[in-house]
Design a protein around this ligand. Structure first.
Ligand SMILES: NC(=O)c1ccc[n+]([C@@H]2O[C@H](COP(=O)([O-])OP(=O)(O)OC[C@H]3O[C@@H](n4cnc5c(N)ncnc54)[C@H](O)[C@@H]3O)[C@@H](O)[C@H]2O)c1
Length: 347
């Protein structure tokens, strides 16, 4: 499949490497407001003067949007209306209204729209998903999730913590990945209760720590904490607890633990995995190597979806992207009112 890219910044450049490594994709079109990017892409990539021109061209079949979130709506709608399938980076957009318009356009145009929740493809996450789906840990009861980084020192630009651009603070930034993993593994969220704190960085409306209690459609409960004050550096973890055991994924470094018990109070069986190839690859070639691998897997799922093959695909679709923002907004509302927020049944 021929891909265009809008936004060639930090993550856009990692997207290009994934397109180059994927056996099923080629990188054929690009647009960025920064005109100097034309000297940094290959000669056979067509460089456009506007996202509208790229959207209307015949230079690609699908587009990856990797710009700040306040631009996602206009760019995604133009590409969908131009007949392109779209992968938009997380968060899907800065507001729920914008996500809704994107979702509706994809439905109207009958095009595939997915959201870049690439953590679903981390090897340790695959282990947890398999432990749940195989029934190894029994019936799922609750999930405990955490994601954090150091906050202000981590950001290359002020828009990255600007509420009007990002739509929020840590929950919209790193937290949304763990939130998506949580909704993905628990099978959908029904209600949310939460707190958003601005005590530490005292940013305008952008929380430095967010906490949530989620109740799933199936009764599963999840607790979630997202932080911009993780002094030890970037990491996340997610743990699923069932009637016969538990499964845990941790990053970084990548590791997983699955503990199972055939009968209540019986002996435990523990399986640990340290993903040594990933750990060494990251140590010598950087964390981007893991992200590239997840993007390549995501691209395969995306292409399958555009061909109507959703079986086995774990890619986050537009509904998942919408739900993630709805949950974050629910946390913000709950934090103000002190009450739980019930999500819309239909979207
Ligand atoms: N999947 C992940 O793990 C992950 C990681 C980091 C960032 N992201 C997301 O990717 C997106 C981009 O983040 P980034 O860190 O690469 O930012 P960045 O600032 O490094 O890059 C943004 C790029 O977009 C360009 N740009 C800005 N406004 C534009 C516009 N109106 N039209 C076209 N180009 C424009 C900039 O010139 C720049 O090249 C954000 O949505 C962010 O949340 C995802």
């Amino acid at each position: 499949m021929r891909f265009g890219l809008i936004g060639v910044g930090g993550i856009g450049r990692v997207r290009i490497k994934a397109l180059e490594q994927s056996a099923n994709c080629s990188f054929t079109a690009v647009y960025d407001i920064d005109k100097s990017i034309k000297d940094t892409v290959g000669k056979d990539v067509q460089v456009f003067d506007s996202f509208e021109a790229l959207a209307m061209s015949d230079a690609c079949d699908a587009v990856i949007i990797s710009t700040p979130p306040n631009f996602h709506l206009d760019q995604a709608v133009a590409c969908l209306e131009g007949g392109k399938h779209v992968i938009v980076e997380k968060p899907m957009a800065s507001s729920l209204d914008e996500c809704k318009k994107m979702l509706e356009t994809a439905r109207k145009e009958n095009k595939t729209l997915t959201v870049g929740f690439n953590h679903r493809y981390f090897d340790a996450i695959k282990t947890v998903r398999e432990a749940i789906q195989s029934g190894d840990i029994g019936e799922l009861s609750y999930i405990r999730a955490y994601g954090g980084h150091t906050g202000l020192s981590e950001f290359k630009a002020p828009w990255m913590y600007d509420k009007d651009i990002m739509g929020g603070g840590t929950m919209m930034d790193n937290g949304i990945h763990v939130l998506d993993l949580t909704q993905h593994l628990m099978g959908g969220v029904k209600s949310v209760y939460g707190f958003a704190l601005t005590d530490i960085w005292k940013l305008d409306r952008s929380e430095d720590n967010g906490f949530a209690l989620l109740r799933g459609n199936n009764g599963v409960v999840a607790s979630l904490h997202s932080s911009w004050t993780e002094w030890k550096g970037y990491h996340f973890s997610i743990e699923a607890y069932g009637s016969k055991g538990m499964a845990r994924a941790y990053y970084a470094p990548m590791m997983s633990t699955v503990i199972t018990m055939e009968h209540k109070g019986g002996p435990k069986k523990t399986k640990r995995n340290f993903y040594l190839p990933a750990i060494f690859r990251e140590k010598f070639k950087g964390w981007q190597t893991t992200v590239i691998q997840t993007f390549v897997d995501e691209l395969d799922d995306f292409i399958a979806l555009t061909n109507g093959k959703s079986e086995g695909a774990v890619i986050a679709n537009a509904e998942d992207g919408y739900r993630a923002i709805e949950i974050v907004n629910g946390i913000y509302e709950s934090s103000k009112t002190g009450s739980a927020v019930v999500l819309d049944e239909n979207i």
